[in-house]
Design a protein around this ligand. Structure first.
Ligand code: NAD
Length: 290
């Protein structure tokens, strides 16, 4: 029998489809606002990865009719300086969505800073209120990367109801919201983290996954041999190894066992940025209803 290779879940293609809807929604929003919606990114200091993300935000925003602005604070800015800048953007009626670029200086209390964003302008869904709404399974905003993972799973057309879902990584913006969104789709879900790894039970968890979402930021954490035959594998990890970008899953071996797999780069990443614009259209609609 000839071994079948997994189908690639290419975020770029899915993003192109999503773009058609987002563009239409932004045209609607712009008519009602009397201006193009504005997405403001606030940055402290300089960081290479953050610069790349900003560049891609700007390009994708402009491609769908959103105005992108960046406020760059110096590395020496204090936490109150940053919070003051966020509050200014909260009050500014000409700013519709706010993003605080990560990473922040190590001494900053990230959660406290993010909670300064007005929930109605919280386009990345990182405030306590918007994250909390995921718990009560209210239709609403969800962090962009988590939403992109779920959209890629939907793209497979596989009915995941009652299937076994394993999420690796329990961060507030990726692992935890993916877990909650999977539960919302009635996937029987488990979340794994460093505790699972240290207890030596990661392999047995991964082996039962019909849907596997990996977001640990550790290259080759998941050997392909652990992947269940026919699984859907969503690799969120972005790691630089010997000048190349790789995910957390051993791609070459995993694709021989999975039915669907995201490549890295080209998987979750390109869809995340378009999902950010989808979230902006959503927050503008909410603001217009008030
Ligand atoms: P994080 O550092 O906040 O969280 C990592 C999680 O992985 C933690 O819960 C930790 O317990 C778990 N973990 C770490 N090592 C582990 C191990 N050996 N075994 C099991 N669990 C382990 O990271 P994050 O912000 O969630 O990002 C994770 C990765 O996803 C990074 O590589 C990041 O660059 C990438 N990322 C990609 C996108 C995208 O759009 N593609 C967006 C956000 C993050």
């Amino acid at each position: 029998m000839i071994a079948m290779e997994a189908q690639l879940l290419e975020g770029k293609k899915v993003a192109e489809k999503l773009k058609i809807r987002v563009e239409r929604d932004i045209v609607e929003c712009s008519k009602k606002l009397g201006m193009s919606p504005v997405l403001r990114a606030i940055q402290v200091g300089e960081d290479h990865a953050s610069e790349l993300y900003l560049k891609s935000q700007r390009r994708v925003a402009e491609s769908v009719g959103i105005k992108h602005e960046t406020t760059a604070l110096p590395q020496t800015a204090s936490e109150p300086d940053l919070m003051g800048e966020i509050e200014r953007a909260n009050r500014d009626p000409k700013v519709h969505g706010i993003i605080v670029q990560m990473p922040l200086p190590k001494t900053f209390q990230t959660d406290q800073v993010l909670d300064t964003i007005h929930p109605d302008k919280d386009v990345e869904a990182v405030t306590t209120r918007n994250l909390g709404r995921l718990l009560i399974n209210k239709e609403g905003l969800a962090p962009c990367t988590a939403r992109a993972c779920i959209r890629l799973i939907e793209e497979t057309g596989v009915d995941v109801y009652g299937k076994e879902g394993i999420v690796i990584g329990s961060s507030k913006v990726v692992g935890m919201p993916v877990f909650l969104l999977l539960v919302g789709k009635k996937v029987t879900s488990t979340i794994c983290h460093t505790g699972t790894f240290k207890s030596g039970t990661l392999e047995s968890q991964v082996r039962r996954a019909d849907v596997l979402v990996v977001s640990a930021g550790k290259p080759a954490l998941i050997p392909g041999a652990w992947v269940k035959e026919g699984a859907i594998v969503i690799d969120v990890g972005i790691n630089r190894v010997d000048g190349k970008t790789v995910g957390d899953v051993e791609f070459e071996t995993a694709k021989k066992r999975a039915r669907f797999i995201t490549p890295v780069p080209g998987g979750v990443g390109p869809l995340t940025t378009m999902t950010l614009m989808e979230n902006l259209a959503q927050v503008v609609s909410l603001q217009l209803k008030k």
